[in-house]
Design a protein around this ligand. Structure first.
Ligand SMILES: O=c1[nH]cnc2c1ncn2[C@H]1C[C@H](O)[C@@H](CO)O1
Ligand SMILES: [Zn+2]
Length: 387
């Protein structure tokens, strides 16, 4: 076998990308509903604001409306998903379907986030919201297992950065720690809402030895990343893609990292990169131009994520397909991203290690060996390979 053929064997097919064990750290529960579910929940709850009632058209509407080039406009579309997630039943269902859909897509470990404060309009308490979502995730994991898939889902509780409930939500995350919630996040429009406004929440979580990520460096640049890390102490960066602004690439190909970019790389700060979402909100012009290519080459702790599967019309497999097309990534690259993500998760170290050694690496080894057992379809194929 020529090295070229071996190389080819390592380029994943769509089917292999789907079957490859993937790890997802940045996915919004209210950004991943099935369009059909939105229509049904709207009907059942009397929500009349949907722009379309045909599921296929509604799916297209979300994608197009979110494709605006601005984070603020992207976020407006969430009023409809949040609008139909105001009862216990709807939250259980959405969480169950989320776990099922991720498992079907080959995700073995996911941290899925949502903002409990946005689901109180139907009279639920914050605790009831968390318990409903946890119940849905457990049901989804069980159904996935029955269908031959293995997935573990942990919840991240998000506080909205324009609101003033961050400390309360951080306390909630702490109360449900080891009970399905693995950490905390802040999200929402970045400009004008610096993470330092919520220092009390982050300081509380640090005192409690808890974990948190912060949406930073998505619509706003380096100051937001700097604050998230050096003032707030974030364990990970939600997006963090604008760290690229602190990296100079010279004409001769040499690269110079500024102090903040060096810090992020040296400290192995995980970047929860979401390529399709970034294209929609204007942080990159194309997959090929997305900073993930450079960040991977420079060995940042880069991870691949979906952000909002509905609004970005994506899945983990689709994200990887785009990256394979744009950068020629192989199964080894996919494994590298998946191991990076697993290392960066908020579950205990021994569990992360077991996921890496007993699930992720064996999964990729199996996929990488498939070419050995592939049957040739014609004699001319084997003749070429012998040459
Ligand atoms: O990419 C994002 N940046 C900032 N905020 C976001 C993003 N995607 C979703 N959100 C917001 C809208 C949701 O209602 C909220 C909680 O999941 O988080
Ligand atoms: Zn996000």
């Amino acid at each position: 076998m020529t090295s070229e053929t071996a190389q080819k064997a390592n380029t994943p097919s769509s089917d292999q990308i789907r079957r490859a064990p993937k790890v997802l750290l940045h996915d919004h529960l209210d950004g991943g509903l099935r369009p059909g579910t939105i229509v049904e929940l709207a009907r059942a709850s009397g929500y009349t604001q949907l722009p379309e009632t045909d599921p296929a058209k509604l799916g297209v509407w979300f994608h197009e409306a979110a494709d605006s080039g601005s984070l603020e406009r992207y976020l407006e579309t969430f009023s409809h998903t949040v609008g139909v997630m105001q009862s216990r039943e709807s939250l259980v269902r959405v969480a169950r379907e989320c776990a099922e859909d991720l498992a079907e897509d080959g995700v073995v470990y996911a941290e899925v986030r949502y903002a409990p404060e946005q689901h109180l309009e139907g009279g639920l308490s914050l605790e009831e919201v968390v318990e409903a979502v946890n119940e849905g995730f457990r049901e989804g994991e069980r159904i996935a297992r029955e269908n031959g898939h293995r997935i573990r889902v942990g919840a991240l509780l998000t506080a909205m950065r324009h609101a003033a409930r961050a400390l309360e939500i951080a306390e909630l995350a702490n109360r449900y720690r080891d009970l399905g919630v693995v950490g905390f996040d802040i999200a929402g429009a970045e400009a004008g809402h610096p993470p330092t406004r919520h220092l009390d929440a982050f300081e509380y979580l640090k005192r409690e030895n808890n974990h948190f990520t912060i949406h930073a460096g998505e619509a706003f640049g380096l100051p937001s990343i700097w604050q998230a890390l050096q003032w707030c102490g974030a364990d990970r960066l939600g997006h963090g893609v604008r760290i690229i602004d602190d990296i100079q690439v010279h004409a001769d190909g040499s690269v110079k990292l500024g102090r903040l970019a060096s810090y992020v790389r040296d400290k192995r700060i995980p970047l929860e990169l979401c390529p399709s979402s970034n294209l929609q909100t204007g942080a990159a012009d194309s997959y090929a131009a997305h900073p993930i290519g450079l960040l991977r080459r420079l060995h940042f702790r880069a991870t691949v994520n979906t952000d909002n599967r509905l609004m970005s019309h994506t899945s983990m497999s689709r994200e990887f397909e785009h990256l394979v097309d744009a950068f020629g990534y192989t199964l080894d690259d996919m494994q590298w991203f998946s191991v990076n993500a697993m290392k960066s998760s908020f579950i205990p170290f021994d569990e992360r290690l077991a996921m890496i050694n007993d699930v992720i690496k064996p999964g990729y080894a199996e996929l990488k060996s498939e070419w050995l057992f592939r049957q040739t379809t014609s004699t001319s194929d084997s003749a070429t390979e012998e040459g």
